[in-house]
Design a protein around this ligand. Structure first.
Ligand code: SF4
Length: 435
């Protein structure tokens, strides 16, 4: 869960990257970093606003940036990471997890390689350096062709900016024209808010090179085999983002409608668990005719509980407030996008009950999360995933709802097919992992 950005040939690159990363802040809130012309960097723990301040401004027209969900706490571990090689200086910002990082790391170390961080991202730099080419572009292509998944990356070299996605396209990446140059970002919304034109989704298995005085050059380094992370649609991405030309909000709404098709619950009101449960709740409400209501209000200024590692329960109570006046005496159907560990939903049900509801039902517009993600989303180890350990009856009992329903795996897949999203990963829902 990270957001990445790159700019090439754009005035005040630092400020532009800052603005892109602000729009991608939901993808990671624990650290932020940029590298600009001459490979000067600003990095720190915390939000973009706190790290990339105007006092730390670096002049330049080219650079890359990163917001990160998880950090080991050391500044060395905050991306982008930079290294000097015989083929020039190179900085990399990465979204995703390299699945065979341990083996690759070992292979490099056995050959005498040394690492400055524990990040899997550093493997990309090593492969670039050891590639059997003198040319940096060919070296990067070689490196990418040997690293299967999962990555979307931006790479800043002395002579180019590159943006690439693995052959499965598990994590998103886009670029668009801006001023006389280009901007790259994890989600297209970040390009639209800045007024980019000709916004293009980078094809899985390709790398796009941005160099001076030339249009972007697209090079294929691996055969395309689309398995885009469906969880990006369900929970992670902003509702105003689009992947495969399909709007995230619309997909969530369709998932909500499908949930109603499969489970026709009767309730007085549908209450979305904000924010990512909103669109699905709207879909359910529209399909069922049950009015949607604000029963929970979210405080946006304390971060997402999915992301914060400690004191989850306290965070939820501070994050979501209950509207007693709306809920009291009603049969309430809570709609959320997913249940991972189950602790958040259990607490929300508790809070809703405290408001004096008659009944509380819970509808989830994705299937049970039964497996972990190996591709860059922190959906826990299997033992921590509540649905991998319990059947529906036990889950319902655990969260304390009068009824708990999920969307089926088949229904979920059908929604993506009908929306025109080609090739998705649903590994955490059906254990069918692409790699
Ligand atoms: Fe996304 Fe789940 Fe696949 Fe991970 S396993 S990439 S979270 S769909």
């Amino acid at each position: 869960m990270c957001g990445i950005a790159g700019v090439w040939n754009v005035d005040e690159a630092y400020n532009v990257i800052h603005d892109v990363l602000l729009t991608l802040q939901h993808r990671g809130q624990q650290s932020a970093g940029v590298v600009v012309n001459g490979f000067k960097s600003v990095k720190g723990e915390g939000l973009v606003e706190n790290v990339l301040t105007s006092e730390r401004y670096i002049p330049g027209t080219k650079g890359i940036g990163h917001v990160r969900y998880s950090t080991y706490g050391s500044l060395d571990e905050i991306q982008p990471i930079t290294a000097h090689t015989l083929k020039g200086r190179i900085s990399v910002a990465h979204n995703g997890n390299i699945v065979d990082a341990d083996e690759k790391r070992r292979f490099i170390m056995e050959s005498g390689g040394i690492f400055a961080t524990t990040l899997d991202t550093e493997i990309i730099i090593h492969y670039f350096s050891i590639a059997p080419y003198a040319n940096p572009r060919e070296s990067l292509q070689w490196a990418l062709s040997r690293i299967k998944a999962a990555y979307s990356i931006v790479v800043l070299h002395d002579t180019f900016l590159a943006a690439a996605r693995d052959s499965f396209g598990i994590r998103p990446l886009f670029y668009g024209k801006f001023q006389e140059g280009y901007i790259v970002a994890s989600e297209d919304v970040a390009l639209r808010v800045l007024g980019c034109e000709e916004i293009t989704e980078i094809e899985p298995g390709t790398v796009v090179f941005f160099t001076d005085n030339k249009p972007p050059e697209i090079v294929r380094f691996a055969k395309r085999d689309d398995r885009f992370c469906s969880f990006e649609f369900v929970y992670f991405a902003r509702p105003d983002s689009n992947f495969y030309g399909v709007n995230v909000h619309e997909v969530r709404k369709a998932l909500g409608r499908k949930l109603y098709e499969e489970h026709k619950l009767q309730a007085d009101i549908v209450v979305p668990v904000l924010d990512s449960g909103f669109s699905g709740a709207l879909g359910y409400s529209q399909a069922s005719g049950i009015p949607i209501e604000y029963g929970l209000i979210r405080n946006h200024y304390i971060g997402r509980s999915f992301i914060m590692p400690k004191n989850r329960q306290d965070i939820v109570r501070r994050k979501l407030a209950v509207l007693n006046a709306v809920l009291e005496g009603k049969e309430v159907l809570l709609i959320d996008d997913s249940i991972v560990r189950g602790t958040t939903m259990k607490l929300i049900v508790e809070m809703v009950k405290e408001a004096g509801v008659k009944k509380v039902y819970v509808g989830i517009h994705s299937p049970p999360v039964v497996g972990p993600c190996n591709y860059g989303i922190d959906t826990s180890r299997r033992s921590e995933l509540i649905a991998s350990q319990n059947d529906l009856e036990k889950l319902q009992e655990y969260v304390g709802a009068d009824k708990l329903v999920y969307l089926s795996v088949e229904g979920y897949r059908e929604v993506f097919e009908s929306c025109g999203v080609r090739g998705i990963c649903m590994g955490c829902f059906d254990l069918n992992y692409p790699v």
